[in-house]
Design a protein. Structure first.
Length: 177
């Protein structure tokens, strides 16, 4: 498939959009990017881009062949910068990204399911196709001090994030997506 993509001059693009308050989700997005890049063989015609939610816009989404979102959960829903990103891209991308593969990474103190439901509703509206279960990392931060403290995500959880990135990149490279 990589040779076919090169012949027709079309490089596929995986876009990772992330936001992070205490560093945990940033680590998760970086792991997904690393997994995506490591899954690609020399010559695979796939570009991997990781953009902060405040920097990404409709043009980035429209140029992407697959999307990975990484967000913390704040007060039972996705963090404001991720919601703002999705608000900004929703109407410009509506009916223009139908069927594109996507998945989700969520960093939460104790639950995460509100954020997952919210992101899935938005993705359903955009008619994206979820290709993997969301990766939910629970930090067990329950006090104001623990919630606001810098996070270090464990190796097992980072490996799950890397697998999510690898799945999307390999699917693009092989033509599955």
């Amino acid at each position: 498939m990589a040779a076919f993509c090169r012949i027709i001059g079309r490089v596929k693009k995986l876009l990772i959009v992330w936001c992070s308050t205490t560093g945990g989700t940033r680590q998760m997005a970086q792991a997904a990017e690393r997994g995506a890049r490591e899954s690609l063989a020399a010559g695979d015609a796939v570009e991997v881009a990781r953009l902060a939610a405040g920097e990404a816009g409709p043009g980035d989404v429209l140029a992407a062949d697959a999307l990975l979102l990484a967000t913390p959960e704040h007060l039972g829903s996705m963090a404001g910068p991720m919601k703002d990103f999705l608000d900004r891209v929703y109407y410009p991308c509506l009916d223009r990204v139908n069927g594109r593969p996507w998945t989700l990474l969520v960093c939460a103190g104790s639950d995460g399911h509100g954020t997952i439901r919210q992101a899935e509703r938005i993705a359903t509206g955009l008619r994206l196709r979820r290709v993997a279960e969301p990766v939910l990392v629970i930090t067990n931060a329950q006090t104001p001090e623990a919630i606001l403290a810098p996070k270090t995500i464990g190796g097992g959880d980072l490996a799950r994030c890397a697998e999510a990135g690898a799945l999307l990149a390999a699917g693009l490279a092989s033509g599955v997506f």
